[in-house]
Design a protein around this ligand. Structure first.
Ligand code: COA
Length: 160
């Protein structure tokens, strides 16, 4: 298995993989809309023997510091629980940090995303359309989330 940035040749496979992972079409459509809007800031695929088995996307969020929203994240149903999702998230976060992004938020299961350092507690004073018990925050630059602010997902999320 290796991880690399998506290319235009991967678009259909990412769509199919995401639909299969979520068991519904909404997240796959969201990825296509984000890409069309120029909001696929980091889009990585996990590939095994020329087959795409995982994908992660990070999109820019409207915020006073350079912030990325993580998601959707998908691993094909027959390759789950082998560390592929975690490898994709870690690669994406490392790239984000190299590129100077200062913070990241995710909407997801705290039992999963806390292993990467995302925290519900850290996110709780930030205003967001999806704020609640699944909204989590991570600093990529020390102190970036010291003062709470309003943060919004890319416009495509509103069309979900
Ligand atoms: C969630 C998902 C991306 C995880 O990828 P993965 O490669 O299977 O996960 P990893 O191998 O990195 O990690 C496995 C661990 O995650 C846990 N896990 C997997 N899916 C989880 C979920 N939805 N909620 C909580 N924990 C989950 C497993 O129980 C396992 O826990 P352990 O390490 O304590 O044993 C994958 O299961 C998937 O595509 N699911 C369907 C789509 C989805 O729900 N995406 C995330 C939306 S925010």
């Amino acid at each position: 298995m290796h991880i690399r940035p998506e290319t235009s040749a991967d678009i259909d496979a990412i769509h199919s993989l995401t639909e299969a992972a979520f068991g519904q079409p909404e997240e796959a459509r969201l990825i296509d809309m984000l890409r069309a809007d120029g909001d696929a800031a980091i889009s990585l695929i996990a590939e095994d023997k020329d087959q795409i088995i995982g994908h992660v996307l990070f999109s820019p969020m409207a915020a006073p510091v350079r912030t990325l929203g993580l998601g959707p994240l998908s691993v094909s149903p027959d390759h789950q629980k082998q560390g592929i999702g975690a490898a994709l998230v870690r690669h994406g976060l490392a790239q984000a940090q190299r590129e100077g992004w200062q913070a990241s938020f995710v909407l997801g299961n705290p039992a999963y995303y806390s292993r990467f350092g995302y925290s519900v507690d850290l996110a709780k004073d930030f205003t967001n359309q999806f704020a609640g018990p699944y909204f989590m925050a991570l600093e990529l630059a020390a102190g970036a989330l010291k003062t709470p602010f309003a943060v919004s997902y890319a416009p495509a999320f509103a069309k979900l």
